[in-house]
Design a protein around this ligand. Structure first.
Ligand SMILES: [Zn+2]
Length: 164
């Protein structure tokens, strides 16, 4: 079956002195990985107007203003804008038990899930924590991690309304 293309645009907040190329390359790698959400084919575009999903690397202060909370990344589900917290992007989250490379994979998969209208799911002890769990805040003691969506989450996403 042919999957619908979803276009995304990547940017960095003005004044955040970081490499857009480096940030973009990591995101492209994650969103073209076979293990990511399989409902759509994610296609990067340089045109912000053409994009459905907008991903920005932001200063923590900006996220606080936009999302009204501290220390996390967030997504505005109405307009599919994803705000990645620069502190988390560069330093990860110890409570998640994920190494930085995997934390970034988790983070992009998690926020993109929100951009597609997905909402949080809890992680039970002794389970593999789903991507829709908030890893940044911690995982149960005996749980294992993943940095890509689980099969049941992918199936759940397919039941949500399409985004445009
Ligand atoms: Zn979330």
């Amino acid at each position: 079956m042919n999957k619908k293309n979803i276009y995304y645009h990547v940017s960095i907040e003005n004044g955040l002195n970081k490499s857009l190329t480096h940030f973009t390359n990591i995101i492209v790698k994650i969103l073209s990985d076979k293990r990511t959400w399989d409902r759509y084919t994610f296609v990067k575009t340089l045109s912000s107007d053409k994009a459905t999903i907008h991903i920005t690397l932001n200063k923590p202060k900006t996220i606080e203003k936009i999302c009204n909370f501290k220390g996390l990344s967030c997504t505005d589900m109405n307009n599919h804008n994803v705000y990645i917290n620069a502190n988390r992007w560069f330093y990860g989250a110890p409570k998640s038990k994920l190494k930085l490379k995997n934390y970034r994979e988790y983070l992009i998969n998690h926020e993109i899930f929100h951009a597609m209208n997905g909402t949080h799911n809890k992680c039970q002890d002794y389970e593999i924590c789903p991507i829709s769990h908030q890893y940044t805040l911690g995982i149960p003691k005996h749980s294992r991690t993943t940095s890509f969506p689980l099969k049941w989450e992918k199936d759940l996403l397919k039941k949500l309304p399409e985004i445009y």
